[in-house]
Ligand binder design. Structure first.
Ligand code: TPP
Length: 669
């Protein structure tokens, strides 16, 4: 009876809340009454989150309500991400920050850009997309990154690091030229700030003096612990509150010094700057022309609000140094923010991931191989651009700390650093995801390949990566590398070949790129394989039939499966492991041409400029009339979803390939 009336009262309260939406005082009073009554139903029933219908709603909430909302959002995130997987720790760290940004800025006119964008989940929730979280990162569902196509409040698509300040400056420049009035805000992590592009943008911004507000979200973490001189600098700023307070007071006092005439004023200005330099050393941002505010506790909404107001009132560029904790509010993520950075589905209570600990992934096979290579050769060194664990180098880094180099999110620097090392006799291996290597195209061409330096590129996550979507699919590397002279490109057909291929690569005196996919071998595939590689020589796996299927890398396994399906319908095909993408095996192609065999090529890269195109060119030059079918990705970006679904929807699973080959055979006159 009592519970029933309570429930009725709560329902009425809920309606009243919606009605009284703009009257914060009454709302907070009712809220306190209900919460102090200790009613569990109250908590379950009245969710502030459910009543957020507008981006400006945050402006009407009290600080207390915002704190309650923060709790709700954290619960929501943990629950949803535990089911779908995703970027959890970074989002838990920006809950109060996002709420505060929404409280101060009006996203109907102001622009907000999230660097990398993996921490935009709270933004998505507050912009009406909470319901989409059941299908987060799934095919056809909500993207894990900002997408203009998804919401008018996603102002700029991100995914790769360190782009936000440039984009913000671009938008601010457009605003000023068009005579518009609104704020442009870029939120960038301390990890992303290690990327050179962020400095290029700061350099330009400080000079142009455009009004851009930069929020430096400093949690001292990249994916793993942040590295480098900038990180130590931020640590000093973070850890000494006196430092910031002293700076504020000093500036106030300096402002009080009277100016007497322009000449004296100039001298005084110089003296002021001199004093500032002496007592507030290394004011990096201010020296670049960007006003520095902070540091501020990023989980204290009152303080954050105060700071954001100050920044909005200022003229010219400003950076607010916000201290946050990655994984905040979820014990497991607070303890292991690296593990919960990007995570698959997991158990909420134990924090355990539902994965297969014994499965051999390509990254693991690479890491193991690096240990063997380093044991054999004391000049072997490994480089990563902030992706130590993802690329499988954790064990190696612990065994060979002096031969391990994490350069921060700086792929371009990593490549030229490796070039310098190779020039002086080291054997550098740069482990990098295919998508992030795009950043370093010129360094590969200009610094490594023109000088023909023996740098080995270990290109992980080549091909489809799945849930991270179009900004992360590694489907371009064959196209952007194949046309560079001197570089050799190879791909193992299974994890078992990784060690022998790296062993081969490290013996060559030219640049070698070894590309391999995310995950491990296909379930249907079991081919423990240790073999000798010979430059530009392919491997014939099945030698019968009038059609030769030449597949590369992980697609060899799919080609074998497709071959089995075709065999079941009485069609025999030859299957060739195209383990060298550059140079291709001209000898074998000549033999196939002589036999007048038709050719099907299969790659997990875009067709344009890829593996199959090279074969097509070669066959043309042999003046052969054999027909060629190139299978790979069409000229478009591939959205997010599980890799199996994406392969299927692009006709590159075994069944799709079987159909394409059958059609190809059937269309022969
Ligand atoms: C060019 C590039 N290299 C690597 C990555 C992979 N990556 C995604 S998030 C991240 C760490 C970012 O750290 P930070 O900016 O501090 O954000 P946090 O996750 O700590 O909130 C890295 C290395 C990337 N997105 N882009």
């Amino acid at each position: 009876m009592i519970a029933g009336s309570c429930f009725l009262a709560l329902s009425a309260y809920k309606d009243a809340l919606i009605f009284l939406h703009n009257n914060a005082k009454i709302r907070i009073y009712l809220c306190i009454v209900l919460y102090s009554a200790g009613e569990e139903e109250a908590k379950k029933m009245y969710k502030i989150l459910d009543n957020i219908k507008d981006v400006n709603e945050m402006k009407h909430l009290t600080i207390y309500e915002k704190e309650l909302l923060s709790e709700e959002i954290r619960e929501f995130l943990i629950d949803k991400v535990s089911k779908t997987g995703g970027h959890l720790a970074s989002n838990l760290g920006v809950v109060e920050l996002t709420i505060s940004l929404f409280s101060i800025f009006d996203l109907n006119k102001d622009k907000l850009i999230w660097d990398v964008g993996h921490q935009s989940y709270v933004h998505k929730i507050l912009t009406g997309r909470a319901k989409g979280f059941d299908n987060l990162r799934q095919y056809g569902g909500l993207s894990g990154f900002p997408k203009k196509s998804e919401s008018v409040y996603d102002f700029f698509d991100t995914g790769h690091s360190s782009t936000s300040i440039s984009a913000a400056l671009g938008m601010a420049t457009a605003r000023d030229l068009k005579g518009e009035k609104h704020e442009v805000v870029a939120v960038i992590g301390d990890g992303a700030l290690t990327g050179g592009m962020a400095f290029e943008a700061l350099n330009d911004l400080g000079y142009r003096k455009s009004k851009v507000i930069i929020i430096l979200n400093d949690n001292q973490m990249s994916i793993a612990k942040n590295v480098g001189g900038l990180s130590s600098y931020l640590r000093r700023l973070r850890s000494d509150p006196k430092y910031a307070k002293f700076k504020e007071e000093l500036e106030l006092n300096i402002k009080k010094i009277p100016n007497i005439g322009p000449g004296v004023a100039r001298t005084l200005e110089r003296i002021k700057n001199g004093i500032k330099q002496m007592v507030v050393p290394g004011m990096l941002f201010e020296d670049m022309g960007v006003k520095y505010l902070g540091p501020v506790d990023g989980h204290d909404i009152t303080e954050l609000t105060r700071m954001l107001y100050s920044a909005r009132a200022l003229k010219g560029p400003v950076i607010i140094h916000v201290k946050t904790q990655k994984g905040k509010g979820y014990e497991h993520a607070e303890k292991r923010p690296d593990k919960f950075h990007g995570i698959g589905p997991f158990d909420c209570d134990s924090g355990e991931i539902n994965s297969c600990p014994d499965c051999t992934t390509y990254s693991k096979a690479f890491g193991d191989s690096m240990i063997r290579q380093a044991e054999k050769n004391k000049y072997v060194v490994a480089l990563t651009a902030a992706m130590r664990d993802g690329t499988g180098l954790k064990d190696y880094s612990e065994l060979f700390p002096e031969r391990f180099f994490d350069v921060g999110i700086a792929e371009q620097h990593a490549v030229t650093l490796a070039a310098g090392m190779a020039k002086e006799g080291l054997r550098p291996v740069f482990a990098v995801y295919s998508t992030f290597l795009q950043r370093a195209y010129d360094q590969i061409l200009h610094d490594v390949c023109i000088q023909n330096l023996p740098v080995v590129f270990a290109i992980d996550r080549a091909g489809l990566v799945g849930e991270d979507g179009e900004t992360h699919q590694g489907i371009f590397d064959l196209s952007f590398l194949s046309h560079i002279p001197n570089i050799v490109i190879a791909a193992p057909k299974c994890t078992g070949e990784m060690d022998s291929l790296f062993d081969w690569a490290l013996k060559q005196d030219f640049p070698v790129a070894v590309r391999y996919p995310r995950g491990g071998d296909s379930e249907h595939f079991c081919m423990p394989s240790v073999r000798e590689f010979e430059l530009g020589k392919w491997e014939m796996l099945c030698g019968e039939g009038d059609v030769a299927v030449i597949a590369t890398g992980r697609m060899v396994q799919t080609a074998l499966e497709a071959g089995e399906l075709l065999a079941a319908s009485g069609i025999k095909v030859r299957i060739i492991n195209g383990c060298f993408i550059k140079p291709i095996d001209s000898g074998m192609l000549k033999e196939l041409a002589a036999e007048k065999v038709d050719i099907v090529t299969i790659e997990d890269n875009i067709i344009s400029g890829g593996f199959g195109m090279q074969i097509l060119e070669e066959m043309k030059s042999l003046n052969n009339n054999a027909r060629i079918l190139n299978l790979g990705f069409e000229d478009k970006f591939i959205q997010h979803g599980s890799t199996s679904l994406l392969f299927e929807s692009n006709g590159l699973d075994a069944a799709g390939i079987r159909t394409s080959i059958e059609n190809f055979i059937n269309t022969k006159e």
